[in-house]
Design a protein around this ligand. Structure first.
Ligand SMILES: Cc1ncc(COP(=O)(O)O)c(C=O)c1O
Ligand SMILES: *[C@@H]1O[C@H](CO)[C@@H](O)[C@H](O)[C@H]1NC(C)=O
Ligand SMILES: *[C@@H]1O[C@H](CO)[C@@H](O)[C@H](O)[C@H]1NC(C)=O
Ligand SMILES: *[C@@H]1O[C@H](CO)[C@@H](O)[C@H](O)[C@H]1NC(C)=O
Length: 446
């Protein structure tokens, strides 16, 4: 078999519940933490070299948005200084330069997720727009009354609300895969039992932004396809952290946002299989997405422009291309390896205390921990940690149904990226101890 390896697959034996398949035949193994290992290319992130409230910044909120390396910042500056112009329209040199950069970034993204064709990459403002595009455009022709759409209870609101709209509009039915008995991942038995001939679509997250689990997407995709259903993968939390290969996965659509992968805000992308995108009607009307316009009707541009109305976020797209080049230069396998190690270290340090409850699986997790501390409100905790220079997030992290299923209104979340250090994890733990103390709680060593 070409692909052994994958998350949770150590030594080459396939365990169907735990595969996030790496591109090409490189096995990715979740390793134990190697304490003290230096972060990857931290010096490329100027924003990290500052003090917040008199303390060195510890940025543990990368699942919300990542920081940007100097090369991405420089690319944005250079673009506005030397190439800014509208794309595809002008017959002048500057426009040609902007167009080359804009379309070049699309090639970089195509390569990054290993799409077969460049037209399969549609720029969107964000992942939310990408999901709405599928829900509105694909949904308008392919979903009708009584059809079933399967989601999981752990979806980000971005991968829930657009489907609610579609269901309201068409009379389709949303079905939800619940958490499994340990509450740390999706219940695959229920997933399989929900699949039927009525299932037209499965849309699920690859890596949960709260549980940190990696869903068995290959198993999900294969099972959905066996019923003739299409699959949307919300890869917002996987694409920035590991090799994701759309051809190996065989997903029909995939969405990601640029700002979580070292790129600018205001840019994301949709990957869709070409034959499916070709059948889909445009999502929004306007300039750039048309071929010919008459008074009463228009004909549409070819892919990908059919789905990119108006002047695009040109600088942002080029910035995302620079981000992808940057990540490639480091290597996604190296990033994933380091994050696995520092993620385990974070989990281990947080698990030292009786009063801390961490959500998600014990092993094979992303480098993030959503947690509760007995008697402490997550928001109070984040305010206290901020005074120590530590940036974490508190709230429901746009997953209210998941928190309801966990029996909580919200949680605190520390989320890391390859530029974070093991020392920062220690600083976070020390800050946590004093914050909990000030807030009248306690942390007892197990
Ligand atoms: C899993 C997941 N899906 C979707 C989103 C939404 O992404 P965007 O803000 O680009 O629409 C996020 C991030 O907020 C996320 O973590
Ligand atoms: C989706 O709709 C298009 C256009 O009507 C049709 O050609 C295609 O076969 C449909 N696909 C599925 C999976 O229903
Ligand atoms: C629940 O899901 C998590 C994450 O996928 C997994 O680690 C765990 O083994 C599962 N538990 C059960 C009981 O299936
Ligand atoms: C996300 O995309 C939608 C749809 O294009 C857009 O209306 C919204 O402003 C975008 N959000 C941000 C923060 O860019």
């Amino acid at each position: 078999m070409a692909f052994v390896g994958g998350l949770g697959v150590v030594g080459g034996s396939r365990s169907p519940g735990l595969t996030c398949r790496p591109r090409r035949s490189r096995a990715i193994v979740w390793n134990v933490a190697v304490e003290g290992k230096p972060a990857i290319d931290r010096g490329a992130f100027p924003i990290l070299e500052q003090e917040i409230n008199g303390k060195p910044l510890v940025y543990f909120d990368s699942a919300a948005t990542s920081q940007k390396p100097q090369s991405v910042i420089d690319t944005l500056l250079d673009y506005y200084k030397s190439a800014n112009s509208n794309v595809h329209r002008g017959a002048h040199s500057l426009s040609a330069r902007a167009t080359d950069l804009y379309e070049g970034a699309r090639d970089d993204i195509r390569d990054f997720v290993n799409a077969e064709h460049r037209e399969e990459i549609i720029y969107t403002k964000n992942a939310s727009e990408a999901i709405n595009l599928v829900a509105v455009s694909w949904g308008s022709q392919n979903i009708s009354k009584g059809d079933e759409i399967i989601l999981t209870v752990m979806e980000h609101h971005s991968n829930l609300v657009p489907w609610q709209f579609l269901a309201e509009r068409t009379g389709a039915v949303l079905k939800f895969v619940p958490l499994n008995s340990t509450g740390s991942g999706m219940d695959m038995e229920v997933f399989h039992s929900l699949l039927s001939d009525k299932t037209k679509l499965v849309s699920c997250g690859h890596i949960s932004n709260v549980l940190g689990c990696c869903n068995p997407v290959e198993e999900i995709i294969a099972a959905a396809h066996a019923k003739g259903a299409k699959v949307v993968l919300d890869a917002c939390q996987s694409v920035p952290h590991m090799t994701v290969d759309v051809q190996a996965l065989d997903c029909d659509f995939l969405v990601a946002s640029g700002h979580k992968m070292c790129g600018p805000t205001g840019i994301g992308f949709l990957y869709g299989k070409k034959d499916i995108l070709e059948e889909m009607p445009p999502f929004m009307g306007g300039g750039e997405m048309i071929a010919d316009v008459f008074m009463e009707y228009s004909t549409y541009a070819e892919l990908p422009h059919k789905f990119e109305p108006g002047t695009p976020a040109i600088g942002e797209a080029i910035g995302l291309g620079a981000a992808v080049q940057y990540l490639n230069k480091i290597g996604m396998d190296k990033i994933h390896q380091y994050e696995t190690e520092i993620g385990e270290y974070l989990y281990k340090r947080l698990s030292e205390f009786e009063e801390v409850k961490i959500y998600g699986p014990e092993t094979q997790r992303a480098a993030l921990c959503a947690f509760q501390i007995e008697g402490i409100h997550p928001s109070d905790l984040s305010v206290m940690l901020d005074l120590e220079g530590v940036a974490i997030r508190a709230g429901n992290h746009c997953t209210q149904p998941l928190h309801t299923a966990l029996g909580e209104a919200g949680s605190a979340r520390a989320s890391l990226y390859f530029y974070n250090t093991f020392d920062e994890v220690d600083t976070f733990i020390e800050a946590l101890k004093s914050a909990v103390d000030v807030l009248g709680g306690k942390l007892t060593k197990k």
